[in-house]
Write a new protein. Sequence first.
Length: 317
Amino acid sequence: MKEAPVLAIVVPCYFEEEVLPSTAATLEALLRDMIAAGEVAEGSYVCYVNDGSTDATWSIICGLMRQSPLHRGVNLSRNFGHQGAVLAGLFTAEADAYVSIDADLQDDEQKIRDMVRRYREGCDIVYGCRNSRETDSWFKRTTAQGFYRLRSWLGIRTIPDHADYRLMSARAVRELQRFGEVNLFLRGVIPMLGFPSDKVFYARKSRQLGESKYPLAKMLKLAWNGLVNFTDAPLRLIVLLGSAGFAASLLVIAWCLWAWYCGLTVPGWASLLAVVSAFSSVQLLSIGIIGLYLSKVFWETKRRPLYVVQDDCTARR
């Protein structure tokens, strides 16, 4: 059994002025209870990452830091997205173990106790997984389940019903820093670390205040990154389509020769136009998919930083 760790709870914040006061009070009370019970060490804290919010989010974080050493903050120079904000907290804060959780606290914060317990038993990564999706709409539930099935079918290691609610040891975070990807998909990269891991299941709560900062467009972008960053299956599918198309073209040519030999040719070029159109569409689709992969290479070669810290208030006091 490991000693009680210094825990940093990383909370990415993007326009969270409505929920932040109640979230801070809840997490502070949880931390105080865990410190009193000896579950985590003195010096544990909550690290809020302001991801370019232009409302009162950073002002609230500064007020929390003045009130208690249990609150610390990182202010990013602009909006770098949820994944960048999580990484900013993980890579900037100093602790023995880290838990990332969204500011709306729809994920059950009480499960942090179970995560810390698994960490002390020897796990470097503990995934928070939903035990049901009853609070989701039919569309979101169906698309999420289809996404996990697709990743599994493509041979990508995935943790079903897990988002970004997880515990990571300091060792796991150090290894995560070695991944220099720009188009980073944490849910796919972290299982690749291979450290001892476990799962904690919880019921996701409904959002009480504010609005979700993850609309459909962002979810689709994240899902696409989660696919193309971890598999070349679409490229292999192009090869299969090309092979099938070539075989079909041989059959078409054979039929045309037979029809010409038998004198059954029909004036006009409708059939030829149909074949050309079909294969042209396949070619265009293939070029489009290849172009998307090349765009990934393009962004990777730029080596742009995932985040830029404007104010660092994580130094231990």
